[in-house]
Design a protein around this ligand. Structure first.
Ligand code: MN
Length: 242
């Protein structure tokens, strides 16, 4: 079964992620779903997911998608995810993928050609129609990095490239549009306040390096955002600057 890997890696009594046991019902000819989830785990990455044959084909993109057609972004092919995962946003407190998931973009996608053949060949062309990502793209399989690269298993590496069109340009889209498309104005800290930020106060999913620092900042911000509720004086509206 396509979702066996997905389920084997997770303990759904401890993770809020969907178990993927809802049958995928879909009208023939209905548009195909895509999403990108920004996932702060042991490392920050972006998960690109394309609905196909009742599951979400998935790639982890360490630097995130780029709309600059000169960029080639490494995209590690990972296990299929259930369709319900596509709108998931929240906190995975422990275990596989422990961290914060932010729904960064959603929309529909259209294959340019035969998907199964293109996937086998390692050259998948498609169009995206999201809030942030649009137009024509390609995922091209590379000859792979060694298992020691730390970026995943050899043979799973692809490159995500934006084709030059009306929707490409020299803009860092991840910087320009960093927030959630599900929760208004939410970045990781706001999403963490919806969970229990204390959960990682002493044991965050990453402790060292840039990711460790990022977790520390986010946990502190989330704790600060939650704190005023305990202090009635802090509920007064802020004085407006003139
Ligand atoms: Mn991920």
């Amino acid at each position: 079964m396509a979702l066996d890997d997905y389920r084997r890696k997770r303990d759904f009594t401890r993770s809020p992620e969907p178990a993927g046991d809802q049958p995928a019902r879909k009208k023939a000819g209905a548009p195909l779903f895509f999403c990108v989830q920004k996932h702060l785990a042991s490392h920050l990455h972006y998960d690109l997911r394309l609905e196909w044959n009742g599951v979400l084909l998935s790639w982890a993109v360490p630097k995130g998608p780029s709309i600059d057609s000169r960029d080639k972004r490494l995209a590690m092919h990972v296990e299929d995810h259930p369709i319900e995962y596509g709108t998931f946003e929240g906190v995975i407190p422990e275990g596989y993928g422990a961290g914060i998931v932010l729904l960064w973009d959603v929309g529909t996608w259209e294959p340019e050609g035969d998907v199964d053949a293109a996937f086998r060949k390692g050259d998948l062309k498609f169009r995206l129609n999201g809030y942030k990502l649009k137009g024509s793209w390609v995922l091209v399989k590379t000859r792979g990095f060694g298992p020691s690269s730390g970026l995943g298993q050899a043979g799973n590496s692809w490159l995500l490239i934006k084709h030059k069109d009306d929707w490409s340009g020299p803009i860092d889209i991840a910087e320009f549009a960093p927030l959630s498309v599900k929760t208004p104005n939410a970045d990781f800290a706001e999403i963490l306040t919806g969970g229990v930020p204390e959960v990682w106060a002493h044991n965050p999913p990453a402790k060292t390096g840039d990711t460790g620092k990022l977790f520390q900042t986010i946990i502190e911000r989330a704790l600060t955002m939650k704190a005023p509720a305990k202090d009635p004086m802090a509920k007064r509206p802020k004085a407006r600057r003139r």
